[in-house]
Design a protein around this ligand. Structure first.
Ligand code: PMP
Length: 315
């Protein structure tokens, strides 16, 4: 980490401080047991409009509040507090470029894994250049030998740090075996999602994705894509169970998420997907998604919070 990175400003416990001073107790339940819930929020810089747009802030904060509730943290941060902290820390850094913001509510103090308090929060904006050639190369994935966590053990709906051990096991195994990443099946043997992203396939022109009951995170990008595909591309979109073999014979497949945006998959378990090239529908969805996040798609301004204009878009 270079000096600049250490001097980045972070919001923690209501104060904005350099990263080097944003420290967490090593004995805290968040450090020891992953007792934290979080969101990864993207903000996109529109050079023409000289504005930084946070994408779907309300939906991220509804999910964060739901995670806090399920994690029995109490509802200690209001929508306004969550949003104002993010705006303040981005402005303090004066970021005028694409960024990713990690907003984490955690159990602080010296407690055990079952401690409920003290609850604390940090908000860390990080510059994040988008890869211009994101569509040039598709991923080669495998079906993981690890099962996706499910609602009756550790629910994937709670976006808790500890859940990512399941993702980590699957990803590391996939990379060890020569793949780029993994797709996990759920406890019913049906397709769930990727390690940090949801999954879509295209078959006979229909866009198909597992339902939210399939042991997946309720992804904001997933619901964005469903809406854009239906309204802007007039595509049929089905939320239905997907079998492993459905993946092998689909025409196109891609992962989606705030971090990966839209990422094509060209091979699964050694089976070539479609032509082995990035599919047309995937390309069109990717382009639509980018125009929406950068504030260039008419009718979807509702998804954007302009950081520097200070316009209140959260009712
Ligand atoms: N599934 C998992 C396991 C994830 O970690 C993510 C990333 N947050 C997603 C799906 C995609 O969710 P979103 O579109 O809300 O970023």
């Amino acid at each position: 980490m270079n000096r600049d990175e250490y001097n980045r400003l972070i919001w923690i416990s209501g104060k904005i401080v350099p990263l080097k001073d944003a420290t967490i107790n090593v004995l805290s339940p968040t450090a020891q047991f992953g007792a934290n819930v979080f969101e990864g929020i993207r903000c996109y810089w529109n050079d023409t409009k000289q504005e930084l747009y946070a994408f779907r802030l309300v939906e991220h904060y509804v999910r964060l509040q739901n995670s806090m509730k399920m994690f029995r943290m109490g509802n200690i941060y209001s929508m306004d507090e969550l949003r104002q902290g993010l705006i303040d820390v981005i402005k303090a850094n004066n970021y005028k470029e694409d960024i990713a913001v990690r907003q984490t509510v955690f159990i602080d103090g010296f407690g055990s894994w079952h401690s409920k308090e003290p609850v604390n929060m940090f908000i860390a904006p990080i510059p994040r250049k988008r890869l211009e050639n994101s569509l040039d190369e598709g991923l080669r994935c495998c079906i993981s030998s690890w099962e996706r966590i499910s609602d009756n053990n550790i629910s994937p709906k709670v976006k808790v740090g500890a859940n990512y051990i399941n993702s980590r096991m699957a990803h590391m195994e996939a990379v060890e075996n020569g793949y780029d990443s993994a797709i996990l099946l759920n406890n019913h043997g049906k397709v769930a999602e990727g390690t940090g992203a949801c999954l879509f396939i295209v078959r006979d022109g229909v866009l198909i994705t597992p339902p939210t009951s399939a042991s997946i995170l309720e992804s904001i990008t997933r619901s964005t894509i469903i809406e854009l595909a239906r309204k802007e591309l007039n595509l049929d979109v089905l939320e239905m169970e997907i079998n492993r073999t459905d993946l092998y014979i689909c025409d196109e497949a891609f992962l989606c998420g705030s971090a990966v945006e839209v990422k094509p998959i060209i091979n699964i378990d050694g089976y070539t997907i479609g032509t082995g090239q990035v599919g047309e529908i995937t390309k069109r969805i990717y382009e639509l998604y980018l125009s929406a996040v950068y504030g260039e798609l008419q009718g979807y301004e509702k998804w954007l919070t302009p950081i520097y204009q200070d316009v209140d878009r959260i009712e």
